[in-house]
Design a protein. Structure first.
Length: 280
């Protein structure tokens, strides 16, 4: 605040910001009256008062603003984990020529899965840039492009899913927010593998044909399908809604072969059949 010789009246808001600066002044009629009364005694008295006011007002006033570092106010607890807001730098990597490219619908997942163990063994943190995919190897680095907005984000595959028809990837909360998927819930996207340690087309694949809360039901379906389609298994999954028993059929060396098996299983069971990667 600049230096002034007057009596400022300053009103502050809760954050310390100056909202107004009203200064006290004497009306013109009052100033005229004083002029007429300026005999010597009165004049000396005025000089003394002016000096006193000058001494009291002539100083610099420092206004301290609250820090803008995002420090929480007393009584409020900051969240344990917050979105970084900046995608990892690997997003700028070029797509690997001839590698995996896929287009379809993306969705996202947060609570109640946040803090639970993902399929790769890590604890899922919805504020990290990760995603779930049914067939890509764990730790694959994937560029996800929202085909409606052109926004892109890079994610690391840490989980399996989504097990919902016509969806190809489940994004974390932060990843979905970065490419405008939070509001609508889903979006048409393009997936491009830009990094990873495993060939995304190599490995063994199978088909998931059902998930049951009752293990006996899962066992009966497994036995029926194994008699016709070969090896089948029941795999427990600890979900937020309880333990589900997933029925998986087949073990084939390519995703194309697994897709053909999925078509046959769909015709047999009249239920959704999802191609999945059996190895990490």
């Amino acid at each position: 605040m600049r230096e002034v010789f007057c009596l400022p009246i300053i009103a502050e808001n809760d954050g310390g910001k100056i909202e107004s600066d009203h200064r006290v002044s004497l009306p013109a009629t009052r100033q005229s009256s004083l002029h007429r009364l300026r005999s010597r005694p009165y004049f000396l008295f005025e000089v003394a008062v002016a000096l006193l006011l000058a001494c009291g007002c002539a100083h610099r006033t420092q206004i301290t603003q609250p820090p803008s570092s995002g420090t929480s106010r007393p009584g409020r607890t900051a969240p344990a984990s917050t979105p970084s807001g900046t995608p990892p730098p690997a997003e700028r990597m070029p797509a690997i020529a001839g590698q995996y490219v896929e287009e379809g619908v993306a969705s996202w997942y947060g609570d109640p899965f946040n803090g639970r163990r993902a399929a790769n063994g890590e604890i899922y943190d919805m504020y990290q840039f990760t995603a779930a995919h049914r067939t890509l190897p764990f730790n694959s680095i994937v560029r996800v492009t929202n085909l409606s907005t052109g926004k892109q984000i890079q994610v690391r595959i840490t989980d399996r899913g989504p097990f919902v028809a016509n969806r190809i990837i489940d994004l974390s909360l932060s990843a979905a927010r970065a490419i405008d998927v939070i509001g609508p819930g889903t979006a048409q996207v393009r997936l491009e593998v830009v990094g990873g340690t495993t060939n995304p087309t190599a490995g063994f694949f199978g088909v998931q044909v059902g998930a049951f809360l009752q293990k006996d039901n899962a066992d009966r379906l497994r036995d029926r399908l194994a008699a016709r389609f070969g090896p089948a298994s029941v795999v427990p999954y600890d979900s937020p809604n309880g333990i589900f028993y997933r029925v998986r059929v087949g073990r084939v060396p390519s995703e194309d072969a697994a897709s053909q098996l999925a078509t046959q299983l769909h015709d047999e069971t009249h239920s959704s059949a999802f191609v999945i990667r059996l190895d990490p």
